[in-house]
Write a protein that binds this ligand. Structure first.
Ligand SMILES: [Zn+2]
Length: 336
């Protein structure tokens, strides 16, 4: 299975009164478009998803946070924090509880399915060399809690679980979302077996807060990835060259058993989230970005597992669809 899709895996934030402009049907659109373009994609049943339990969360997240997340009352506060639904003045922020059809805490099973999807895609990538999960990518979640629309870190849980099960010894996370993969960097900062690369807009993330607190400790959202590549406004023409340089540097440290690509579409110039405006790649540049990644990992024989991450507004699906159309064609030829 090259592509992992199920309509019930969309988080549908609007049902909970959350007003973040992720189109509820983003992955469905990609899936339908690929099927209309002569790719037959196998479907799968949700019962095939691996179980995500407390043990899996504890491989990555600290015990206090996991306790709060699994408590049906306390999880509400954790989700308010993760989705930034109350601002410093105590007012609702992008949140209209009166419009909600469901309680925030009812979101938990769907968050678990996102984590399970990333784990399943990574297992399939180990078997087949490639898998794309039309979901996942919660890269701002840290060991101690969620933030930036990311309640749990699905990439980190997938990697730690595969290591625990002795299916891999090492992994990379290559993050091309417009926002820095700061949660992943924090979680793996002292882990020699997992290398992280993030290429992102140099400004606009973290959205607020100083680099150091009053005691002089580094704000965790500024923790470095193994390689951080910040792209300044107007430097889009350097993007591909810088990404290639970063990948070559990673390779000089040795090949991993698996790479998870945090394949955000939000560097797209047509993205509608205001905080992504500092990086504006064209659809063509994004195609080149994704093919650079795909060909690099194919050539080096590194199993590649993709998650969608950020991509906001009416056109973000196009970024994913154009890449998957090409990859499916290449793989259909390769295996025919
Ligand atoms: Zn993003």
């Amino acid at each position: 299975m090259n592509i992992l899709f199920h309509p019930e895996l969309d988080t549908e934030l609007t049902q909970y009164g959350i007003q973040i402009p992720i189109k509820d049907d983003r992955s469905e659109k990609v899936f339908e478009w690929l099927n209309q373009n002569n790719h037959s994609i196998e479907s799968f049943s949700l019962s095939q998803l691996p179980q995500i339990r407390e043990e899996e969360l504890l491989l990555v997240h600290n015990a206090e946070f996991v306790r709060r997340f699994l408590d049906k009352d306390l999880v509400h506060g954790e989700l308010i924090k993760a989705y930034e639904l109350i601002n410093d003045k105590g007012e609702y922020n992008r949140y209209e509880p009166v419009l909600a059809k469901k309680q925030l805490s009812q979101m938990v099973p769907s968050i678990f399915k996102q984590v399970a999807g990333t784990l399943m895609a990574s297992e399939l990538a180990l078997q087949n060399g490639f898998c794309y999960f039309l979901g996942g990518g919660m890269h701002h979640a840290m060991s101690f809690g969620g933030r930036g629309f990311c309640p749990l870190n699905d990439m980190a849980i997938a990697i730690k679980k595969l290591m625990f099960d002795k299916k891999i010894k090492s992994a990379w996370v290559v993050d091309v979302d417009a926002h820095k993969g700061d949660g992943t960097a924090e979680i793996f900062q002292n882990d020699d077996h997992v290398k992280t690369l993030s290429i992102h807009m140099k400004r606009n993330w973290p959205l607020d807060g100083p680099m150091y607190d009053k005691e002089g400790s580094l704000n965790p959202w500024f923790i470095s990835s193994d390689i951080d590549i910040g792209i300044e406004r107007g430097e889009e023409s350097l993007y591909l060259k810088e990404l290639k340089k970063g990948l070559d540097r990673m390779l000089s440290w040795g090949k991993p058993d698996l790479v998870i690509i945090v394949n955000g579409a939000d560097p797209f110039e047509a993205d509608e989230l205001p905080s992504t405006s500092a990086l504006k790649l064209t659809l063509e540049q994004l195609f080149d970005r994704d093919m650079l990644l795909y060909n690099f990992f194919e050539k080096n024989n590194i199993p590649q597992s993709y998650v969608m991450a950020g991509g906001y507004g009416a056109r973000s699906w196009e970024v994913y669809a154009q890449f998957l159309d090409e990859v499916l064609k290449l793989r259909e030829v390769k295996f025919s």
